[in-house]
Design a protein around this ligand. Structure first.
Ligand code: GTP
Length: 374
C-alpha cells in the first residue's frame, strides 16, 4: 500500500468521501433507474471521471456515502476504480442523512487528520493538492472549493476575505441578495474536528447548519477554483456538461463506428454503435455503446444511452434517450424530451417539446403537450 506525506510529522493515507445518496429528483425519469453518479458523461460514468481525478491526486481510498438503491447500482456496475479502494457507508433505511449526516456516519472510515468530501454530481478538472495544502496552512476545520458563476442563486454563495476566510455563507440566496458570485463547488477538505460539529443519527445539512457555525468561529476557508466545473443537478446542466466536453474532447473518427451514416462534429459514438445509410448524427451528439441507428434518421443535440435502437427515418433533436429504448420508424422527438430506460416509442409517433416518458412505458400515440407520461 502506498502512503503520502500529509503533514510534517505524520504519514497519512489520503481518503475521500463521495456523497452519492441523494435521490436526484430533478433528473427523473433517468434517475429512476440509475444514481446521478452513474450518469454517462461522454459515454463514461461520472463516477469514473471523479475517481480518475482523485487517483491523480493520490487518493487511495474512497468512501461512497449512499442510500441502499445507490449501493445496489454501484455494486452491480462494472465501473473502473482507477486503483482506488472502495468502501460503502449506507444511510439508514428510509432515513436520508442529507449532506452532513453521512460525513458523521462514515467517521470510523475517515480516521485521517484531514480528508476530502466530493459531491457525486460534479465534474471538475481539479487537482486536489492545492486545496489540501491551503486547508493545512490555514488550520481550517473546513475549506470549501469556490467557483465563479454568472447566476449564483441556485447554489450556496460565499463572501471571501482577503486572507481566504469565508466571512459569510448563504445557501441559495434570493435573487439580488447574493453577497458575491462565488459558489460552493461541492468539494471540501475537512479536519477531524468537524465530527464534533455534526450531530449523530439525523439529517444534517453541511451548507445550512455546519458552515454558518464555522463562519462565526472564523474556521471556514474558501479555495478559488478557476478551471472547468459543472454540476449535473438538472437536465439542462447535464446537457451543458456533455456539450462542453464534446467541444474539448471531440475526436472525429477515433471511436469505432460501423455503418455508412454521416457524422457531423462534435459528436462521439460509443463502441459497437452502428449508423445506417443516409443517417446524419450530430452535431453535439453522444451515441452510447451498441446504439443502432437505422437508415435516413437524423439525431442532433442529443444524448443516446447504450443499447438504444432508433429505426429508419426518425428525427431526434435536443433529447436524452435512455438505455435500451426502442424508437420506431418515422418518430419525431423534439427538444427537452427525456425517454426513460426500456421505453418503446411506436412507429409514426411525435413527441412535443418537453415530454418525459417513464421507464419501460410504451407510447403508441403522439403526445402533443409537454408532460410526463407514466
Ligand atoms: P435532487 O433531488 O435533484 O435535488 O438531487 P440530490 O438530492 O440527489 O442532490 P443534491 O444536489 O441535493 O445533493 C448534493 C450531493 O449530495 C449529491 O451528490 C447527492 O447524491 C448527495 N446527497 C444529497 N442528499 C443526500 C443524503 O441524504 N444522503 C447521502 N448519502 N447523500 C446525499
Amino acid at each position: 500500500m502506498e502512503y503520502k506525506a500529509c503533514s510534517l510529522n505524520r504519514v497519512t493515507l489520503l481518503k475521500a468521501l463521495i456523497l452519492a445518496g441523494g435521490f436526484a429528483t430533478r433528473l427523473r425519469p433517468l434517475s429512476c433507474t440509475r444514481p446521478k453518479v452513474l450518469f454517462p458523461i461522454l459515454n463514461k460514468p461520472l463516477v469514473e471521471w471523479i475517481l480518475e481525478g482523485l487517483s491523480k491526486s493520490d487518493v487511495k481510498e474512497a468512501v461512497f456515502a449512499v442510500n441502499s438503491q445507490t449501493a445496489f447500482h454501484l455494486r452491480h456496475s462494472k465501473f473502473s476504480k482507477s486503483g482506488i479502494k472502495i468502501v460503502y457507508s449506507c444511510d439508514p433505511p428510509k432515513k436520508p442523512l442529507g449532506t452532513g449526516g453521512p460525513v458523521k456516519r462514515a467517521e470510523k472510515f475517515l480516521d485521517e487528520e484531514c480528508f476530502l468530501v466530493v459531491n457525486g454530481d460534479i465534474f471538475a478538472n481539479i487537482s486536489y493538492g492545492e486545496i489540501i495544502k491551503m486547508h493545512k496552512d490555514k488550520n481550517a476545520i473546513a475549506t470549501i472549493t469556490l467557483h465563479r458563476v454568472k447566476d449564483p442563486c441556485r447554489y450556496g454563495v460565499a463572501e471571501l476575505a482577503n486572507d481566504g476566510r469565508i466571512k459569510r455563507f448563504i445557501e441559495k440566496p434570493p435573487a439580488g441578495a447574493s453577497p458575491s458570485n462565488l459558489i460552493n463547488a461541492g468539494i471540501y477538505v475537512l479536519s477531524q474536528e468537524i465530527f464534533g460539529y455534526i450531530p449523530k443519527g439525523r439529517k444534517v445539512s453541511l451548507e445550512r447548519e455546519i458552515f454558518p457555525k464555522l463562519v462565526e468561529e472564523g474556521r471556514l476557508y474558501g479555495y478559488m477554483f478557476e478551471g472547468l466545473w459543472k454540476d449535473i443537478g438538472k437536465m439542462e446542466d447535464y446537457f451543458e456538461l456533455n456539450k462542453i466536453l464534446l467541444e474539448i474532447f471531440f475526436e472525429k473518427g477515433k471511436d469505432v463506428v460501423k455503418g455508412v451514416g454521416e457524422i457531423s462534429p462534435p459528436t462521439v459514438c460509443g463502441k459497437g454503435a452502428f449508423i445506417g445509410k443516409g443517417s446524419i448524427i450530430g452535431p453535439y451528439t453522444v451515441l452510447g455503446q451498441n446504439v443502432k441507428v437505422g437508415r435516413n434518421a437524423c439525431i442532433k443535440n442529443s444524448i443516446v444511452f447504450p443499447q438504444a435502437s432508433i429505426k429508419d427515418s426518425s428525427v431526434i433533436n435536443g433529447a436524452v434517450i435512455g438505455e435500451n429504448v426502442v424508437i420506431g420508424k418515422r418518430v419525431k422527438i423534439s427538444e427537452n424530451c427525456v425517454i426513460g430506460d426500456y421505453a418503446v416509442i411506436g412507429d409514426d409517433v411525435t413527441l412535443a417539446k418537453g415530454v418525459s416518458v417513464c421507464p419501460a412505458k410504451e407510447i403508441l400515440e403522439s403526445v402533443t403537450t409537454s408532460k410526463c407520461v407514466f
